[in-house]
Write a protein that binds this ligand. Structure first.
Ligand SMILES: Nc1nc2c(c(=O)[nH]1)N[C@@H](CNc1ccc(C(=O)N[C@@H](CCC(=O)N[C@@H](CCC(=O)N[C@@H](CCC(=O)O)C(=O)O)C(=O)O)C(=O)O)cc1)CN2
Ligand SMILES: [Zn+2]
Length: 769
């Protein structure tokens, strides 16, 4: 056995054990606390984070993995890619304006008690999914005359901050090629590489001056299908770094998959180290070992940074046999630990068996320590046995396997995934039945989750208020939402989702086969976090989950109220899922459970049922060769849950952030009667593909960017609708926001939706349909 192999992490969760950063940010944004308080909270969190890693035996600790909002936005500030509308200053408020938009005017209440927004604001930058995760980054925006200059020294400052505390860290940067490839605004952002390289050189030099010897540069584009331009950009950038800053050793990090066709490029770049993901792509170890020059440090990503299962350490060691005698190695999680919760030990209420099968970020560091010791020949027999025992207990547990679920699944027939008639026939029946105006208005489902709503839920969970009180509270909220929607003249109503903590967690809590956590928060974007349910066993639905809420809401009004469900693909993609069976299998199990709910809603009288598939696109594999298999089972799962209804029951679906070009055929095959999508920040560009593919069903392109606190004006929404009308037929179009309104405040939502209804009315007026 070799000498001690160092343990590294590539990045860690930054939100804080108790989400301290979230609360500090939100308090700052709402003007309740000042910038110094926010900066201090952030500094304290970084210190705790470094100390925790040190205590867990991490030898190579990162810095600059912290971010106030997003590491890609940090990079935009670092290189001065700040679009002119945000002004010149690369300060924190500019940063937050880019992240969240800013209302330059103000919101007023008039003498009738109505809320009016005045003044133009600046829009936030576009936000989209980071590779195939539920983490969102801010899309860099470039222009043809784009220049770059060093405008933020955050990386250097955080290195020095760690140094002052006694940690010699390895700073992390988003790589220049990945950064450019994620950007937009010019036809080919990679052409900007020559202008960008000098800024990185400057940063590397400054890091070196500050005392850094290694820098981790993340280039996850290495796991995407390779192309010659990307290869050339990588070769150019890293050659310059090697020449200009030879004193810095670069660890080039690939993650979220195998290097595949980029392998030769990666192992031959003039860098000192290469990180490879051996969880998503264990098979690449052999070839990487064979092809990597002996003096290239290899960082082996052997512990899953994307899921929460405890590793089977003896099995991991078995897979690492090939490294014997190589030297120049490190072991690490497969990717940054940003995507897993922090500490399993906080989960005191979790089923003891399930808990014994899990590892969060800190436990994963422990696992790496044990592996490192085992690899150096130290005696960790007890730890290894415990790990293997947990793995076999999980595999054999009756909590995981349900024969009835497996039997039902194998009895599914193709007609169960097929509507009774084609869309054209259904659409006629539905138009007769609903008699909606042209350009019907609706919302996506949720209304503001106010602090009162959250407090009531938290009080209920603590036992401070009983079931009856909580129920009555939610009913009052729901009734108020229904009344208000009627008052402002929306056509199709929603109950508001006040009873839901999160659209996935809520269902996870009611389905068998899922466990849920109390503190296992993972950052989704900015200050927003989720607690993904843990899918550990075969899934079934013990009883109806949403019917009573729909019934109550519909009892209050004559307008149609949509039934509101989350679809199987989204539940799957936003949960921590089983690694002991294919994802497709888990997805079909969830689909059957949702199918039961759809059927119960229909039997209760629901005529419109929305099944959200917000995460369908993000589940698309990173390699094109794997797309079709995924899309086939994803579409089948959606159809399996949604097609058991009669012709005049209208199935809606909703997708936000979806980049539709790649998945358009699949979206059409889902055959939802109405789809609402996110389009406002991209100025309806998304609709081009709906037009070119002649998408036949109905569509609600979002006209209100719900991720920004700003209130859109009527004219902005009518302009967006006229862009939509250039691409689609009037009969196809609905009017709605981009997504649910749970993250907004009522004082933002109210004027925005009033404006939206006014926009619909003026459109009907103008078009006279
Ligand atoms: N899973 C998921 N992924 C998604 C989305 C989504 O809605 N769900 N939407 C897209 C955008 N991502 C989003 C992610 C999170 C949130 C969001 O609003 N998150 C909330 C938490 C939601 C939640 O689980 N709320 C719980 C817990 C609330 C809470 O913090 N309770 C306090 C106590 C509150 C009190 O006493 O006042 C506590 O537990 O400490 C509830 O309402 O019950 C937040 O970060 O603030 C929105 C969008 C893409 N991915
Ligand atoms: Zn959405």
């Amino acid at each position: 056995m070799s000498s001690l192999i160092p343990v590294a992490t590539l990045g860690t969760p930054r939100i804080g054990l108790k989400r301290e950063l979230k609360f500090a940010l939100e308090s700052y944004w709402s003007g309740k606390s000042d910038q110094l308080t926010l900066l201090q909270t952030a500094k304290d969190l970084r210190a705790v984070n470094w100390a925790r890693q040190k205590a867990r035996g991490v030898d190579i600790i990162p810095s600059n993995d912290f971010s106030f909002y997003d590491q890609v936005l940090d990079t935009s500030l670092m290189v001065g890619a700040i679009p002119a509308i945000y002004g010149e200053a690369a300060d924190l408020d500019t940063y937050f304006a880019m992240a969240r938009g800013a209302q330059k005017g103000h919101v007023e209440t008039c003498e009738h008690g109505h809320v009016h927004a005045t003044g133009q604001g600046v829009l936030a930058q576009e936000m989209t999914k980071w590779f195939d995760t539920n983490y969102h980054y801010m899309v860099p925006e470039f222009n043809e005359d784009q220049t770059f200059k060093l405008t933020s020294l955050k990386a250097v400052e955080e290195f020095l901050e760690a140094k002052a505390l006694g940690y010699h860290t390895r700073p992390v940067l988003v790589g220049p090629v990945t950064y450019l490839k994620l950007g937009k605004g010019v036809a080919n952002p990679l052409l900007l590489i020559d202008r960008l390289i000098p800024v990185y050189v400057e940063v590397l030099k400054k890091l070196s001056d500050a005392g850094a010897d290694w820098v981790q540069i993340d280039e996850p584009v290495l796991v995407l299908d390779g192309d010659s331009e990307t290869t050339a950009a990588l070769q150019k950038a890293y050659a310059v770094f090697a020449k200009e800053v030879p004193q810095i050793s670069i660890l080039l990090a690939s993650y979220f998959g195998g290097l595949g066709d980029n392998l030769d490029t990666a192992v031959n770049l003039p860098v000192a180290g290469l990180h490879v993901d051996l969880v998503r792509a264990p098979e690449q170890l052999e070839i990487v070992l064979a092809k990597a020059p002996k003096d290239l440090l290899l960082s082996l990503g052997v512990i899953d940074g994307r899921n929460i299962w405890r590793a089977n350490l003896p099995a991991v060691l078995e897979r690492l046999k090939g490294i014997d005698g190589r030297g120049n190695l490190q072991i690490a999680p497969s990717c940054s630990l940003l995507h897993v919760p922090i500490d399993l030990n906080l989960e005191t209420a979790l089923d003891a068996d399930v808990k014994s099968w899990l590892a969060f970020s800190l436990q994963k560091m422990d696992e790496l320590s044990v592996l490192s010791k085992a690899l150096s020949g130290a005696d960790v027999a007890a730890e290894l046995t415990a790990s293997a025992d947990a793995a076999s207990a999980r595999a054999a547990s009756p909590k995981v396997h349900d024969a009835a679920v497996k039997a039902r699944l194998s009895a599914v027939t193709p007609d169960q995934a097929q509507r009774k008639n084609a869309f054209a026939i259904r659409a006629d029946l539905q138009r007769q039945a609903f008699n909606l105006p042209a350009f019907p208005t609706t919302t996506i489902g949720s209304f503001p989750q106010t602090s009162e709503v959250r407090k009531a839920r938290s009080d209920h969970a603590k036992g401070a208020i009983d079931d009856a009180h909580y129920d009555a509270f939610l009913k009052t909220e729901t009734e108020r939402a229904i009344r208000w929607q009627e008052e402002i003249g929306l056509d199709v109503l929603v109950h508001g989702e006040f009873e839901r903590n999160d659209m996935v967690q809520y269902f996870g809590e009611q389905l068998s086969g899922f466990a849920f956590t109390k503190h296992a928060w993972v950052q989704s974007y900015g200050s927003r976090c989720v607690r993904p349910p843990v899918l550990f066993g075969d899934v079934s639905r013990p009883k109806p989950m949403t019917v009573a809420w729909w019934q109550y809401a519909q009892s209050l009004t004559d307008k149609p109220v949509k039934g509101m469900l989350t679809g199987p693909v989204t539940i799957l993609n936003w949960s921590f899922v089983r690694d002991d069976q294919p994802r497709a299998e888990s997805c079909r199990q969830i689909a059957l459970a949702i199918r039961d709910e759809v059927s119960d809603l229909e039997n209760a009288g629901t005529k419109m049922i929305q099944i959200d598939e917000a995460a369908l696109r993000e589940g698309l594999p990173l390699r094109r060769a794997d797309w079709q298999v995924y899309l086939d089972w994803a579409v089948e799962a959606f159809r399996l849950c949604s097609t058991g209804v009669s012709n005049d029951t209208q199935i809606h679906t909703h997708m936000c952030y979806s980049e539709f070009n790649d998945i358009m055929d699949a979206v059409a095959e889902m055959d939802a009667d109405v789809i609402s999508i996110e389009t406002s920040r991209s100025k309806m560009e998304l609709l081009d593909v709906f037009k070119s593919k002649k998408y036949p069903n109905e569509i609600g392109p979002g006209v209100y960017d719900i991720h920004s606190p700003r209130v859109p004006e009527v004219s902005e929404m009518t302009e967006l609708m006229s862009l939509a009308r250039q691409r689609l037929d009037d009969v196809q179009l609905w009017i709605n926001p981009d997504c649910g309104l749970k993250t907004r405040k009522w004082e933002e939502v109210k004027p925005a939706l009033v404006n939206m209804v006014a926009a619909a009315k003026s459109l009907r007026e103008a078009v006279k349909v």
